[in-house]
Write a protein that binds this ligand. Structure first.
Ligand SMILES: NC(=O)c1ccc[n+]([C@@H]2O[C@H](COP(=O)([O-])OP(=O)(O)OC[C@H]3O[C@@H](n4cnc5c(N)ncnc54)[C@H](O)[C@@H]3O)[C@@H](O)[C@H]2O)c1
Length: 287
């Protein structure tokens, strides 16, 4: 498959480019900054420029849209929103007018992280657990707001142009080295207590290794049916947790209804739908 990967010089982008290249796809990498170590054609371009997106999508069958400012606080709030929204709309619009029929977009778990921003003692407004792609957006900052706008735009272009598209609300993406480093700092103790220590899904309840995110992106490019889907992937670390998922839910999300028995699935994140639809599970991580 001829695949354009944006944000190719970034942490996730480099891993995705190498994974798709090694799997035999024809990858065109693009970013604002060059990464000379990548073994495929590379175009330096700014996606905030409309014409740049048109030139990049030409001849492509699929796009992996990663090229965004990757968190709140990297620049001012307004710039984060406007640059990300411009980049996403330029890529999706140009793709919809071209031969591209498959798009994967890196959204963020932060799209629902505003559910507890009412105050520490306020009840969560999360409508249900476990976390899944059906949760309605409730962004807590303009980065998350830009991801919500990106999801909405992708769903719109998918509906209007008959695309196969997936938005992944990625959690904290980590390398095995980061996991090992956390473990070392905790004198060999499991990192799960740390991962369970926060009430916000983006601040500790979940993570995914870059390699697993890359294999998931390829699975979506190959297997996503026609239409728009949104998923919330995570490493199923809950099963190894010191605390049962139901106990974490009771402490951090009191009163939130459970769509499934959290202890039976062993996690606050529900992966069965991703597995059934895309044939993907994360590889075992050394935790
Ligand atoms: N790292 C995480 O924990 C995490 C979690 C959830 C979602 N995501 C999303 O995954 C994607 C990749 O994240 P990452 O961690 O690799 O971030 P990163 O900052 O390492 O990579 C993003 C890349 O996008 C490029 N970029 C940004 N705006 C651009 C523009 N207008 N035109 C061209 N290139 C542009 C940057 O130069 C950078 O190389 C992002 O969309 C991010 O929001 C990341």
């Amino acid at each position: 498959m001829k695949i354009l990967v944006t944000g190719a010089a970034g942490r996730l982008g480099t891993v995705v480019c190498r994974h798709l290249h090694e799997a035999g796809h024809e990858v065109l990498a693009t970013d604002r900054m060059r990464d000379p170590s990548l073994p495929m054609p590379f175009v330096v371009a700014d996606l905030a420029v409309r014409e740049a997106a048109y030139a990049l999508v030409e001849g492509m069958e699929a796009i992996v849209q990663l090229g965004n400012i990757p968190n709140a606080g990297r620049t001012d709030a307004q710039t984060t929103y406007t640059l990300n929204t411009a980049a996403n709309i330029h890529v999706f619009h140009a793709a919809a007018e071209s031969e591209v029929r498959r798009i994967v977009f890196a959204s963020s778990v932060q799209v629902v992280s505003g559910t507890r921003k009412l105050g520490d003692d306020a009840p969560s407004v999360l409508p249900h657990l476990p976390f899944d792609g059906e949760l309605p957006p409730c962004p807590g900052n303009t980065y998350a707001l830009s991801k919500q706008a990106g999801e909405t735009a992708l769903a719109y272009y998918t509906r209007m142009h008959g695309l196969h598209s997936v938005a992944f609300r990625f959690p904290w993406l980590v390398s095995q080295e980061i996991i090992d480093g956390l473990r070392a700092r905790e004198d060999g103790k499991s990192i799960h207590s740390r991962l369970a220590g926060s009430a916000n899904p983006d601040e500790g309840l979940s993570f995914l290794r870059f390699e697993d995110a890359a294999s998931l992106i390829e699975a979506a490019l190959l297997r996503a049916p026609c239409g728009y889907r949104c998923y919330m992937p995570a490493h199923p670390s809950g099963r190894l947790h010191a605390l049962l998922p139901s106990e974490i839910a009771r402490r951090h999300f009191p009163g939130v209804p459970h769509k499934r028995d959290l202890d039976a699935i062993g996690s606050l994140f529900h992966l069965d739908e991703i597995e059934a639809n895309l044939g993907w599970r994360p590889a075992e991580a050394r935790l």
